[in-house]
Design a protein around this ligand. Structure first.
Ligand code: GUN
Length: 293
């Protein structure tokens, strides 16, 4: 069994990005600038956005954090998005999800300029991804592809089972694993809350990508020997520790890892890769804007 070490690989990617930023600085060019909008005070969202902004500083990007109260109206958020769309200093921005219920998430995603949509959530970018056109690939699926590639995990002709059909992870992942190329060329099964006999499906899988958000969902009895397991779950489980919680993945790591050929840990697997790939998309956005202006 080999650990797919997302912490290590994400640090390598950040070093590669830092080297690119240093070259930009030497040439006297503007460095990439990422902005993040967060609405409300959700603890997990604040933590994620905080680490996205800190990572920008680490690689030499400029960053802007826009905090808006939980009572923000849809119109106020749309106005802020328009401001960032127009701001030529900002190369890319994200609106952290989920949003408070008074705000229509689809309207918000549609309002983001696709050229600045470094999350890859706008239908133009999602459509391009599905059609194998050059675009921003959503950061978590992009991070998973990068991990599979750097560890040279064979995906061709394999049966990949994706658990969960979210717009952020499961759905794009199912498209990417089935596309021509590597990583890809898998036969993909996308499972979700209405799937019957999920154990029958997971036990035939060569690769399992679980993005469900249910701690310890995937048990050793549900997988075959030598399976490759990618755990996207990051659920906060309350406990007696000082922090008051710990982070749990979807996978019973202790037992599943005994059967797996490759497996991602939680934490330290997919999570850090997501941030590294958001930075990569922002670098790409900067390069595209430079070649256009
Ligand atoms: N919420 C959970 N994951 C993500 C992500 O990748 N991007 C944004 N904007 N919100 C999220």
């Amino acid at each position: 069994m080999e650990i797919l070490d997302g912490k290590k690989v994400s640090n390598q990617i950040k070093e590669e990005i830092t080297a690119e930023v240093n070259k930009m600085k030497e040439r006297g060019e503007k460095v990439p600038h990422l902005a993040a909008i967060i609405v409300g005070n959700d603890g997990a969202s604040l933590t994620y956005v905080g680490s996205k902004v800190r990572s920008c500083e680490r690689v030499g990007f400029e960053s802007t954090l826009v905090r808006m109260p939980s009572t923000t109206s849809e119109m106020e958020l749309l106005n802020k998005i328009d401001e960032l769309n127009q701001d030529s200093d900002i190369d890319g921005f994200i609106v952290q999800l989920p949003l408070p219920e008074q705000i229509d998430t689809q309207k918000v995603i549609m309002a983001i300029d696709p050229d600045k949509d470094v999350d890859g959530f706008h239908p133009t970018n999602f459509g391009k991804m599905a059609l194998d056109m050059s675009t921003f690939i959503p950061a978590t699926p992009f991070g998973i592809l990068e991990l599979l590639e750097r560890y040279k995990v064979d995906t061709k002709g394999k049966h990949t089972v994706v658990i969960g059909r979210s717009h952020i992870v499961g759905r794009p992942m199912s498209i990417l694993m089935g596309r021509k190329g590597w990583p890809g060329n898998s036969t993909v099964t996308l499972t979700h809350s209405h799937t019957k006999n999920i154990t029958q499906i997971t036990s035939q899988a060569d690769i399992i990508i679980s993005a469900l958000g249910v701690p310890n969902f995937l048990k050793a009895e549900m997988v075959k020997d030598d399976v490759v397991v990618i755990d996207v779950g990051i659920t906060r489980v309350p406990d007696d520790s000082e922090k008051g919680y710990h982070i749990a993945g979807d996978v019973d790591f202790k037992n599943v890892s005994k059967k797996a050929s490759y497996i991602t840990p939680v934490p330290g697997g997919v999570g850090p890769m997501t941030i590294a790939m958001l930075l990569k998309n922002t670098l790409l956005a900067r390069e595209r804007h430079r070649s256009r202006n």
